[in-house]
Design a protein around this ligand. Structure first.
Ligand code: SF4
Ligand code: SF4
Length: 171
């Protein structure tokens, strides 16, 4: 079953509406997302300046609040008993594009793909991944989307081991 989350535009600008990508039943078994080794992990979700309705991390105002539990740091919205996202249909912009990521190496900006997500290796998922890549590429050419990225440079991180997919022109 495909996730349905990106189909509705909840208080988002048109340029920030993102189609759903990952598969909820697969993710429920994997559980690789939404928890982090460190409180200030670069992998934790970054918030757009316009996503002020999400609770920020205490030390990083542009990141989502994490809750320490059993030696890990869980996203504020992660429901540990049901193993799901409590705000799935309204989750942050960045959560919507994963396993794609906004990446930066010095002055180079690009869209990357995280090979740590097992879905990226699944044959059945390749066409969907390819379609989403094209979709993101199309979005990256739209002035509204570009402006959202330019105004939120903190989205871009130097993630280790991420595969570069296509460069972003942010001028
Ligand atoms: S790592 Fe990939 S498959 Fe696993 S929960 Fe995250 S998006 Fe789903
Ligand atoms: S907002 Fe939801 S999808 Fe995003 S990290 Fe938190 S629990 Fe996961």
């Amino acid at each position: 079953m495909y996730n349905y989350a990106g189909k509705r535009n909840y208080n988002r600008k048109r340029s920030q509406v993102i189609r759903p990508l990952v598969l909820s039943d697969y993710c429920l078994k994997c559980q690789g997302c939404c928890r982090f080794q460190e409180e200030n992990s670069i992998w934790s979700p970054h918030l757009l300046k316009s996503e002020k309705h999400f609770p920020p991390a205490s030390r990083r105002k542009n990141s989502l609040k994490l809750i320490p539990q059993n030696g890990l740091f869980y996203c504020y919205y992660y429901e540990t008993t049901k193993k799901c996202c409590r705000t799935y249909r309204r989750r942050p912009f960045e959560c919507r594009i994963y396993p794609f990521l906004f990446c930066r190496k010095e002055n180079d900006y690009y869209i990357g793909l995280d090979p740590q997500c097992p879905l990226t290796e699944e044959k059945f998922f390749k066409p969907r991944l390819e379609a989403f890549k094209k979709y993101l590429f199309g979005l990256s050419k739209k002035p509204g989307f570009k402006m959202a990225l330019i105004s939120n440079p903190h989205l871009f991180q130097d993630y280790p081991k991420v595969k570069a997919i296509f460069p972003l022109e942010l001028k």
